[in-house]
Design a protein around this ligand. Structure first.
Ligand code: NAP
Length: 340
């Protein structure tokens, strides 16, 4: 291996208070690790940036352990095997891995999935055919269960999860209302993605627009956001409405929730309207991944499932891109091109 190879890694320098800032991250340069017997050396090509990473930056009890101070930020990656001491992999193999924010990594092969770039562009393994796409599929299949003619509302509708939610709901015969930030994203959601209506949550009359767009109420609300979007949706929920609670990105930077206690009113509505409000983490439904891959690959091939990626060049730009993701600056699945 040429000696000049160095591993650039981005570690967690400090825990954010509220919104993350560039100083919370540290860029380090180290020699590339050697692959031990049974391991492969991976060169990272693409890194996925996802909202859950904000949770990993806090030292709080959650469904996954936090990233430690000084540790590499975690994340899903597409990588090329450049050295193999594992008989299951050969140099040149392309794999989906969870190698984090760095340019090289070793792996014992556990959890690696080989990718075929002839079947679908490599980046789709991080987006429409990857964890976010599966999240949309699993949340709808197991909790949302949209029926023909029902009204489905989804927030962050131009993003990695929301775009897939709306398109699957349309395939299932539902009427779909997407909520997104700004005119450009809304035009994409109602135009390219073919949702029935798109509404800008930044509009002054957003609540009134949403009510107008849902004359028969809301049967499924796929919750990605929380905050003022949930406030507008909640009164419109129909009897027996289902709410897959997938994410609450509007709250990820809050240190403590404050304000009027809406819990009693919420519980009254759950009872009176027989609501199903169910949180989930996609990996709970991991056994359904093969079904997802089969169905979603078919929809991609026949043009019913469209996707958009927002690709940022260079690992050094990952912190800024990630901070922007929490402010709605991305447009589509956010991915960093780590190397050519
Ligand atoms: P994304 O939609 O590609 O990007 C995040 C988007 O959220 C932003 O572009 C922005 O879109 C919107 N947003 C950010 N702050 C907001 C705010 N304060 N109010 C309203 N909208 C805001 O991200 P994604 O990867 O698809 O994730 C979407 C949600 O799914 C997140 O909450 C994430 O945590 C969750 N998720 C959950 C699971 C699970 O297993 N439960 C798995 C994957 C993702 P606009 O500009 O359109 O507002």
């Amino acid at each position: 291996m040429p000696e000049a190879l160095e591993n650039v890694r981005i570690t967690l320098a400090s825990r954010p208070k509220g919104s993350p800032v560039p100083e919370n991250f540290q860029i380090e340069r180290q020699p590339v690790p050697a692959a031990a017997e049974g391991e492969v050396l991976l060169q990272i090509l693409f890194l996925s940036l996802d909202p859950y990473m904000r949770g990993r930056m806090d030292d709080a009890k959650s469904y996954a352990a936090p990233v430690g101070i000084g540790q590499v930020m975690e994340g899903g990656t597409v990588a090329r095997v450049i050295r193999s001491r594992n008989s299951d992999f050969a140099p040149g193999d392309l794999v989906l891995s969870h190698s984090g924010w760095q340019t090289y990594a070793t792996s014992n092969g556990e959890g690696l999935r080989k990718l075929d770039p002839q079947q679908a562009p490599l980046t789709t393994a991080l987006g429409v055919l990857g964890m976010p796409g599966f999240t949309a599929y699993a949340g709808l299949r197991n909790i949302g269960k949209p029926q023909h003619g029902e009204t489905v509302v989804v927030a962050a509708a131009s993003g990695a999860v929301g775009a897939v939610v709306g398109q699957i709901a349309r395939i299932r015969g539902a009427r779909v209302v997407g909520i997104a930030g700004g005119a450009e994203k809304c035009a994409y959601v109602s135009g390219e993605l073919g949702f029935d209506v798109a509404i800008d949550h930044r509009a002054k009359d957003f609540t009134a627009q949403l009510a107008l767009a849902c004359p028969d109420g809301i049967d499924v609300y796929f919750e990605n956001v929380g905050g003022h979007v949930w406030e507008a949706v909640f009164p419109l929920l129909n009897d027996f409405a289902r709410v897959p609670v997938c994410g609450l990105i509007a709250h990820y930077n809050n240190e403590a929730a404050e304000g009027f206690d809406r819990l009693p009113g919420f519980m009254r509505a759950v009872l009176r309207k027989s609501l199903t409000v169910r949180g989930f983490i996609q990996r709970e439904f991991a056994a359904q991944r093969p079904d997802f891959l089969e169905e979603a690959s078919g929809w991609l091939a026949d043009g019913r499932l469209k996707f958009r990626e927002d690709i940022v060049d260079g690992l050094d730009n990952a912190p800024e891109a990630f901070i922007g993701l929490l402010q709605g600056k991305n447009f589509g699945k956010l991915i960093v091109r780590v190397s050519e």
